[in-house]
Design a protein around this ligand. Structure first.
Ligand code: ADP
Length: 491
């Protein structure tokens, strides 16, 4: 019999995808469907969980057909947008409210109250997370307080992040969440295995409505036979950034990856040591498999690909994102032009949500190429600052693996290697999130004995070596420091 396949369900924010992998790691086929975004008020973002399920099922069915039937698939791996919270009815399996998406800021006031009450140091130490509407706990309480169907559901209430919701629907009632997704709710201690009663009480979350927390690889139930013409085991689950770390094979302490999408998510493996940040980086569980646990430090940039979109849509300097590469190459340097890319504030390690952007150093000789180049350079500058924060939190990088839509830009990859002064690596297939879920599923199904063995599934890639003269680097960093001084004082 030929090699079995692995089916990955990759639940993004804007789309849901199903992908078929050969068990040695080649991605064979992909089906994708867009997800409707609901913005009922400024700062609110919702999804229809029923739509997520229906579209996921449709895409998954296409892949099962492509594989030649359910019996050809050894395992399902699921990876998902983290923190987004779904509430459903245990009896009917139907959603009780729109899912509140990770980007949603509706609980900002509640978070400000918690911060004012002085709870942040305790919460950060316990959960690795700062107080922010981003994380699930305050979203859950909001649903209970404001959606009668959720508040009145009592023992019939089931809560979960998106992978939990999908496992319930796929299996017909298995209520689990994996340890990496659970670690983003702020309801689990970094050293804990289950929901923390004290944290549930603090946020007002009924523990009985929460799923059982399971490993990232294992046997989490079988799909209802009717769905795909036969049962398929669910063997891998992980939040998207943790899955990308695994797909990039960042399995040893110190190994780091940057996913350069609309924003950028940068994580470093901390091994079994619980991370403690003095720079407001987040501590998070990377994976839990049996008695093996690994943690990660995480930092994010608000502006990465969004900056390129702004060059295109806001300024009209480029027609498509890829044009930025040729323009940056068309000039020998930035011509003295520097950019502070604070279009939506500045993320880690500066944490200035109120900051606004600056373009400085313009002269009569400045062209659009200089402005585009300054924008691209500013991405490396931000990553450089994050590298410093990771190093002082005990996670210096000796190389950086990149993925995400923006990593296609060779100029950015080289500039990052130059500014960080370390090699930058990019795999041939940048769908590392889905690959990570496939690796977890392969381990859970027993096709590989460990994630280290499963990393044979990772494709080879390109390597960008640092080559910038020291003086140029010093000039760039000096210009960037001056940009940071241009920032208006914190209000
Ligand atoms: P997300 O997962 O956040 O939707 P993707 O990983 O699909 O994002 O990446 C899309 C982003 O990458 C867009 O913001 C786009 O502007 C940027 N991008 C895509 N190709 C390039 C390129 N060649 N150079 C620079 N930026 C790019």
């Amino acid at each position: 019999m030929s090699e079995p396949y692995i089916l990955v369900l990759d639940e993004g924010t804007t789309s849901t995808r199903a992908m078929l992998y050969a068990s040695q790691g080649t991605r064979i086929a992909t089906a994708q469907a867009e997800l409707t975004q609901y913005y009922p008020q400024p700062g609110w973002v919702e999804h229809d969980a029923a739509e997520i399920w229906e579209r996921t099922l449709k895409c998954a069915r296409q892949m099962v057909e492509r594989a030649g039937g359910a019996s050809r698939i050894a395992a399902i791996g699921i990876t998902n947008q983290r923190e987004t919270i779904v509430a459903w009815d245990r009896k009917t399996g139907e959603p009780l409210a729109r899912a509140i998406v990770w980007q949603d800021r509706r609980t900002a006031d509640r978070c400000a109250d918690l911060r004012e009450a002085g709870l942040e140091p305790m919460l950060q130490e316990a959960t690795g997370l700062v107080i922010d509407p981003y994380f699930s706990a305050t979203k859950i309480r909001w649903m209970i307080d404001h959606v009668p169907a959720v508040g009145d559901a009592g023992a019939g209430l089931a809560l979960g992040t998106v992978e939990s919701w999908l496992v319930w629907k796929l299996t017909g009632g298995c209520h689990v969440s994996d340890a990496s997704n659970a670690s983003r709710t702020q309801l689990v201690r970094l050293d804990g295995d289950s929901w923390d009663q004290g944290l549930c009480d603090l946020f007002g979350v009924p523990r009985a409505a929460l799923p059982e927390i399971v490993d990232n690889a294992g046997s989490f139930g079988s799909t209802l036979p009717d769905l795909f013409g036969g049962p398929i085991s669910i063997c891998g689950l992980a939040g998207d950034q943790q899955a990308a770390m695994i797909g990039q094979s960042c399995l040893h302490p110190g190994e780091a990856k940057a996913t350069l999408g609309t924003g950028a998510f940068i994580l470093a493996n901390m091994g079994p040591v619980i991370p403690v940040s003095r720079h407001r980086l987040l501590g998070t569980l990377l994976y839990r498999i049996g008695d093996r646990r690994a943690y990660a430090l995480e930092g994010s940039l608000f502006a990465a690909g969004s900056l390129i979109q702004w060059l295109r849509d806001g300024l009209g300097l480029i027609v498509q994102a890829a044009d930025s590469e040729a323009l940056a190459r068309s000039v020998p340097g930035n011509g003295g032009v520097f950019m502070l890319p604070a279009l939506a504030g500045l993320g880690a390690p500066h944490w200035r949500p109120d900051a606004t952007g600056v373009i400085a150093g313009l002269t009569q000789g400045s062209t659009r190429a200089h402005v585009v180049r300054a924008a691209l350079e500013s991405i490396s500058h931000q990553v450089h600052d994050l590298a410093g924060a990771f190093a002082s939190d005990g996670a210096p990088w000796d190389r950086l693996r990149i993925d995400g839509g923006m990593s296609a830009n060779d100029w950015i990859a080289q500039d990052m290697a130059d500014m960080l002064d370390i090699p930058v690596e990019r795999p041939a297939d940048v769908e590392t999130t889905a690959l990570g879920a496939a690796m977890l599923a392969a381990v859970g199904a027993g096709l590989f004995a460990s994630l280290h063995e499963a990393s044979a599934m990772r494709p080879p890639g390109a390597q960008f070596m640092p080559a910038m003269p020291r003086e140029t680097r010093q000039y760039r960093l000096g210009g960037w420091q001056a940009m940071l001084r241009h920032m208006t004082p914190a209000s």
